[in-house]
Design a binder for this molecule. Sequence first.
Ligand SMILES: *Cc1c(COP(=O)(O)O)cnc(C)c1O
Length: 396
Amino acid sequence: MSARDDRLQTRILHAGSPPFEHGAAPVNVPVVRTSTVRFERDADRSALHHRREAGEAVSTYGRHGMATHRALEAAIGELEGASDVLLAPSGLAAISLLFIALLSPGDHVLVQDSVYGPVRERVEPLLTRLGVSFSYFSASDGVPAALLRPTTRLIYAESPSSFLYEVIDLPALAAFAREHGVLLVTDNTWGAGLLYRPLALGADISVQATTKYLGGHSDLMQGAVSTANPELARRLRDTHDALGLSIGADDAYLALRGIRTLAVRLAQHGRHALEVARFLQTESRVVARVFYPALPDDPGHALWQRDFTGANGLVSFALRHAQAADASAFIDALRLFGIGASWGGYESLALIAPASRLREHGYWRGAEPVVRLHVGLEDPADLIDDLSQAFRRVLK
Ligand SMILES: *Cc1c(COP(=O)(O)O)cnc(C)c1O
């Protein structure tokens, strides 16, 4: 049996491991920090330069990354089922990279209305300035046939979506995109590659904020764009080079280290979050609705069961009979949950979902304030006690 036959959990533990030299090797890849790559002879330099020009992920300069970066790309490639992975200094940089790489003036993109907010707030204005037009579609309405234009080049989706975890029928969207010759890109930060594999379900490109679960310890900013299509990889690599996107070897190492424990952390986040979500459902006097696709009554549950292999630590809920100020007082009263954006670290967090973003999409029309929890690795009984005391103190 070859390494390729091993299961995903096994492959991500060993991808990028250093080879033996003289019969021995460290378990972990070294952190190779450099700007200059030295060559023994000029012929070695030009040979490597030509391989790079032909699209190989080899390095002739520190900006391209060295062995630590190659190891991380190999591990993310296993996670995503990708042949090519481009690393970026944040998740948002990875998203902007792919839009800039794949679109030209006059092109049109279709974006799911419940995607990560800065795509609408930051990336759209940038691309609009460069002559690209945007339309938004609600995944609740099925495939966006009515919005398609002759100039539509790309569909951008995220499943489950930010804050409310709208699960989309990705294979159906992929069939629609293929039929019309449009590229399909999805943000896979929620599934992290282990819970969800968009390339296998028909997407052309998967992008992740590796800042979140791959890092796993709230000490890293990083993103990755993955594809199994060599032509797309070449376009992405050219733009990646032109933008001079580069990450430090220490940060590449941190993400690689995170990947080695991803499966055990995600399983624990998912178990704890399900416990918290079930508790929230019992608090029906103060909680109007719980958003978590692993709950059987979540509208996305059937698709989640079909396409995902697990759930993560993100749970949101709408507060009944509450104003924005009540939601603020509630998260202020929490003792164990920090107040903060980002997520995917070991610690629990709470954040109020910006009301303006919830109004922008068609998935949910409620007016109640929404609290997003990231359920960390603390004992879930302590987290439930904490939520319970904050409910009692503030909302009853
Ligand atoms: C956090 C996040 C991003 C952006 O990642 P950064 O590393 O913070 O720039 C993109 N997409 C989703 C779904 C996210 O949650």
